[in-house]
Write a protein that binds this ligand. Structure first.
Ligand code: PTJ
Length: 249
């Protein structure tokens, strides 16, 4: 048995563990109730993808790590789902690529902002941004537009896991390089991303960290080559083909 009362040899172990983390996130006031629905949607896509990182998702994760290593000011945006699912992995990625962590919520309340910042600190984050909210993303309704002036507003590269489409578009319109992690390749956020990653955040975040560590000694020219050779359209098409047709090569 592990952190949940599910035997580790249960065929749906990973999925049940993930559900448990989201449920616990709701109980702790970290994850919104809508987060439960988002989780269910994600699970369905993940099932169709074979619940594994596809070769094209792995290529996207490598490109994401190269973007993050080249960035002047990378920021990882954190919502209530990712905070509940993979707080340790977010802190590790932030350390590996020297990025800021910023809480940025779709359903923003002061209580959830504080609860998520505390949760990240409990998992080792030193500095958590998002609470000042002294800048705005242009073109969005008030609450969702709130960001920190020295965080997402100033960032050149932003990782946005499970983002809502509007905000992904608004960040792209600000000229930021956007790395979106979303299991639905047809959703607007991956469609507008510089690097769409169609994979479960639970696998994607540690895999970006792994690539970043592998590339720690790469030159800027080598990193730029990885960024430039990544084909976002091919990545989206590959994921959609796999989901619609079960086409696995
Ligand atoms: O914490 P908040 O207030 O910022 O709210 C976060 C949610 C996720 C509730 C909010 O952004 C939302 O409602 O998102 P949507 O519109 O439901 O979109 C969520 C997307 O993430 C869907 O396309 C899901 O397929 C996808 N998704 C869900 N779980 C995962 C995922 N993608 C990657 N990994 C997952 N574990």
């Amino acid at each position: 048995m592990s952190e949940v009362e599910v035997p580790e040899d249960h065929p749906r172990y990973e999925s049940l563990l993930t559900r448990h983390r989201i449920e616990e996130g709701v109980a702790k006031g970290i994850t919104s109730q809508q987060g439960l629905i988002a989780q269910g949607r994600g699970e369905a896509f993940d099932y169709l993808l074979g619940e594994e990182t596809t070769p094209s998702a792995d290529a996207a994760e490598r490109a994401a790590s190269a973007h993050l290593l080249l960035a002047e000011h990378p920021v990882l945006s954190v919502n209530g789902n990712v905070a509940a699912l993979c707080p340790d992995e977010l802190v590790e990625l932030a350390e590996a690529v020297d990025a800021d962590l910023e809480v940025n919520l779709f359903n923003r309340t002061a209580e959830r902002m504080e609860a998520i910042a505390d949760h990240l600190r409990e998992h080792g984050a030193e500095d958590v941004k998002g609470l000042n909210a002294d800048a705005r993303i242009p073109g969005l309704s008030h609450e969702r537009a709130k960001v920190d002036a020295d965080g997402i507003h100033d960032a050149d590269v932003v990782v946005v896991p499970l983002e809502d489409g509007d905000r992904a578009e608004a960040l792209a319109a600000m000229g930021k390089t956007e790395i979106v992690i979303d299991l639905n390749p047809m959703s607007r956020s991956p469609q507008t991303a510089t690097v769409p990653i169609v994979d479960n955040v639970l696998r994607a975040i540690p895999n970006i960290t792994r690539h970043a560590r592998d590339l720690a000694d790469a030159t800027d020219a080598e990193l730029r080559e990885i960024v430039e050779s990544f084909d976002r359209e091919a990545a989206l098409e590959d994921a959609e083909r796999r989901i619609r047709r079960g086409d696995w090569d």
